[in-house]
Write a protein that binds this ligand. Structure first.
Ligand SMILES: [Zn+2]
Length: 368
C-alpha cells in the first residue's frame, strides 16, 4: 500500500537526502505534539513504526530500494537516525521517558571530588574589633564612624592639643601637601586616633552620648615587632549628668573581663592625655601567668592595655560652640581608647604585628 505522505525520492545526493529526512523528521515531531491519550500513542506507533504500513517501513521499502548502490550507506545512516528520533518521540509520549542509553550518556559521576571553594572569614583584626564593639554594644553604646583624612581642628585642636603643644610630637602623622593657604585648623592630615569622632558626634547631638568608635589610624612610627604606622583603635565616649570616675572604672573592668575572662583584674595608674583630666593607664592582670609573673608581663604580673580618663572641660568647651548643652558645669563624661592589634596579639598569642598585614594565608587561615 502506498503512503501519500512519503514522496518518492528522485535525487540521492547528500543535500537532497538531508532535505528529505529533515522534512520527514519534522512531520514526526508535529505529529507527536497531537498525542493526547493512550489511544493516540498507539496510533502514532502504528502510523510511524507499524511493520506493514508504518511510514518508516514505507521509506525503507521505497527510498532504500530505489537508491543507487553508492547512496545506500548514507541513506541507511540517516534512516537509523530518523528511527531513533521517532522512537524517542514515542517513548516521551507514552511517559516512558528517555532511554537507558540516553540517561547513561548524561550521567554525572557523583563520586568525583567537587570543586572546593575557600570559605571567607573575618580577618583577626576585624574579628577582635567586632568583639570589642559587641562588649560595649551590650552596655548600650552605639557605633560612631568618621573620616580617616581629618582636619587639624578635629584631630588635635578640639582634643585639647593646642598648636605647638608638645603632646603633638607624640602623635606625628602624615599631612596632606600644598595646604599653605589654609589656616592651621583646616589643614588635612591622616588621623592619629579616632578621637575626632568624639567631637563630631558631640557637635551633632546633645548629651547623653554613649558611643564606641572603631577605626584605622596613622602615626609616624617606625615599624617593629609591636608598632606599625597604620593600626586600629577602638575609642569610647560616655557623656551624661553625674558621670564619675567610678563609672569609668566599672565600665572598663567589666569590658576587660568580657574580653579576657572573668578572672582578669584591672588597676588604674595616673597618666596624661591632653583630652582627659584626670587621665589613667589601665593594666590588666597578666592573662598568661595569672599575675604570678612571666616573660610576657616582664615578671610584673600586669600588662598595660589602654588609656582613659574623665573628659577635659576644655574639650566640652569646643563641643559647646555648636551644642551649648555640653556645659562642663552641668555634664561630665569619660573617654577611653585601646589598640586593636595589641589586644588581638594578646588574645591569640601573636608576637609580630606585621603578620596581620602580610596577607599570608597560612597565618590568616588559623583564625577561620
Ligand atoms: Zn605574666
Amino acid at each position: 500500500m502506498m503512503n501519500d505522505e512519503i514522496p518518492n525520492l528522485t535525487a540521492f545526493d547528500g543535500d537532497s537526502l538531508n532535505a528529505a529526512f529533515v522534512a520527514v523528521e519534522n512531520k514526526a515531531r508535529v505529529d507527536a505534539t497531537f498525542i493526547s491519550n493512550e489511544a493516540g500513542v498507539e496510533d502514532f506507533r502504528l502510523r510511524w513504526l507499524g511493520r506493514k504500513q508504518g511510514r518508516l517501513t514505507e521509506i525503507s521499502a521505497r527510498w532504500l530500494k530505489a537508491a543507487p548502490s553508492e547512496a545506500k550507506k548514507g541513506l541507511g545512516l540517516r534512516f537509523n537516525a530518523l528511527k531513533a528520533v521517532v522512537e524517542a518521540l514515542l517513548d516521551q509520549a507514552s511517559g516512558a521517558g528517555p532511554s537507558d542509553a540516553a540517561l547513561a550518556a548524561e550521567a554525572i559521576d557523583i563520586t568525583l571530588p567537587g570543586t572546593r571553594r575557600l570559605t571567607g572569614a573575618e580577618h583577626p583584626i576585624t574579628k577582635t574589633l567586632n568583639e570589642i564593639t559587641q562588649v560595649f554594644a551590650a552596655l548600650g553604646y552605639s557605633v560612631g564612624v568618621g573620616p580617616e583624612v581629618e582636619t587639624d581642628f578635629y584631630n588635635f585642636e578640639s582634643m585639647n592639643f593646642p598648636p605647638g603643644h608638645p603632646a603633638r610630637d607624640t602623635q606625628d602623622t602624615l599631612v596632606i601637601a600644598n595646604q599653605e593657604r589654609r589656616t592651621l585648623r583646616d589643614r588635612l592630615l591622616l588621623r592619629t586616633h579616632t578621637s575626632p569622632v568624639q567631637m563630631r558626634t558631640m557637635e551633632s547631638q546633645p548629651p547623653p552620648v554613649r558611643i564606641i568608635i572603631p577605626g584605622k589610624v596613622h602615626r609616624n612610627d617606625a615599624a617593629d615587632a609591636t608598632h606599625s604606622p597604620i593600626f586600629h583603635q577602638v575609642e569610647g565616649l560616655c557623656v551624661d549628668t553625674n558621670i564619675t570616675f567610678s563609672d569609668l572604672k566599672g565600665t572598663l573592668d567589666h569590658a576587660m573581663k568580657a574580653l579576657f575572662g572573668s578572672a582578669v583584674k584591672t588597676r588604674f595608674f595616673p597618666s596624661f592625655f591632653p583630652f582627659t583630666e584626670p587621665s589613667a593607664d589601665v593594666q590588666i592582670s597578666c592573662i598568661f601567668c595569672g599575675g604570678k609573673g612571666c616573660r610576657k608581663c616582664k615578671n610584673s604580673g600586669w600588662i598595660e592595655l589602654l588609656g582613659c580618663g574623665m573628659v577635659d572641660p576644655a574639650v566640652f568647651a569646643f563641643a559647646a560652640e555648636k551644642q551649648p548643652a555640653y556645659d562642663p558645669k552641668k555634664i561630665s563624661g569619660f573617654a577611653f581608647g585601646m589598640g586593636v592589634e595589641r589586644i588581638a596579639m594578646m588574645k591569640y598569642g601573636i608576637s609580630e604585628i606585621g603578620q596581620f598585614y602580610a596577607g599570608d594565608m597560612r597565618f590568616l587561615g588559623q583564625f577561620v
